[in-house]
Design a protein around this ligand. Structure first.
Ligand SMILES: [Fe+2]
Ligand SMILES: [Fe+2]
Length: 270
């Protein structure tokens, strides 16, 4: 059973990912192909696309993080990030296993995935790469929660449950790192970053609905409920901001202490 406390240092994140790698809940693979024809028609293409998205090598992200670690001396962050990428690859492997089990082929390319990969590397910066990545992570939370209810497949339900446990921490890990980087920026830059994050999120909302509406509808969503669920997750990831105070505290070196003491939420640093 994992602690509810959100890790508040790179070393703590590293420990979290190390322990999570050994605590994967069991997926009942022995049940075999348990996706019926109607459900398969509703979710197959959509799962293929998410499987492709989860399989990103993270090469560029890791490269940017390497620069960051060398500049800051925070090598635990780099290690934690490597474990995070490995966790995404586990999701990709498990989704691939589910697809193969049900006789659904894997795909190697999707338009949305290519666009996201390009966006992540647009400015060759760790901050931008994470800002784009966390958008996908937030949508993963909404998507897998819907997919969990979209079919009667026990294997898929358990698989979604397992992925959801991980994705919640992924969002926290990425927003935590974003907040550390953004808190050092001037107020106007933080305001601009916040608005760009929202605009990207809004656009992604439309793209995800348009590409996955059949699976999302099978999971009980209408466009409105999907939109609401997505923005609720966004607000959890990026709660209200108090940038000036954040900057001051970081400059005073109390960032980690404040987070550790629970006197400030991660989002307040965004
Ligand atoms: Fe994932
Ligand atoms: Fe993730």
């Amino acid at each position: 059973m994992q602690s509810n406390t959100i890790p508040s240092s790179s070393a703590a994140w590293r420990e979290y990912f190390e322990s999570n790698a050994h605590s994967a809940s069991a997926i009942p693979w022995e049940r075999g192909a348990d996706l019926d024809r109607q459900a398969r028609a509703a979710v197959a293409r959509s799962i293929q696309e998410f499987q492709r998205g989860e399989s990103s090598e993270g090469k560029h992200l890791y490269h940017y993080a390497e620069h960051y670690a060398n500049a800051t001396g925070d090598h635990d962050y780099l290690y934690a990030l490597r474990l995070f990428i490995a966790e995404e690859h586990r999701h990709a492997r498990d989704l691939a296993r589910f697809l193969r089990l049900n006789g659904i082929p894997l795909i190697t390319r999707t338009v949305a995935d290519s666009v996201f990969r390009k966006l992540r590397n647009l400015f060759r910066s760790l901050e931008v790469s994470i800002a784009v990545l966390v958008t996908a992570e937030i949508f993963a939370q909404v998507y897998y929660a819907a997919l969990q209810h979209a079919t009667a497949s026990t294997v898929l339900q358990r698989l979604c449950g397992r992925i959801l446990e991980d994705e919640e921490r992924h969002v926290q890990f990425q927003t935590w790192q974003l907040s550390r980087m953004r808190a050092r920026r001037p107020g106007m830059a933080r305001v601009l970053a916040r608005w760009l994050q929202r605009i990207l999120f809004m656009g992604t909302c439309l793209v995800v609905w348009s590409g996955h509406r059949r699976a999302l509808r099978a999971g009980g969503h209408t466009f409105t409920s999907f939109w609401d669920a997505a923005w609720s997750q966004f607000r959890l990831a990026f709660p209200s901001s108090s940038g000036r105070a954040a900057g001051a505290m970081v400059r005073g070196g109390t960032h980690e202490k404040q987070l550790a003491a629970g006197t400030v939420s991660r989002g307040e640093w965004i």
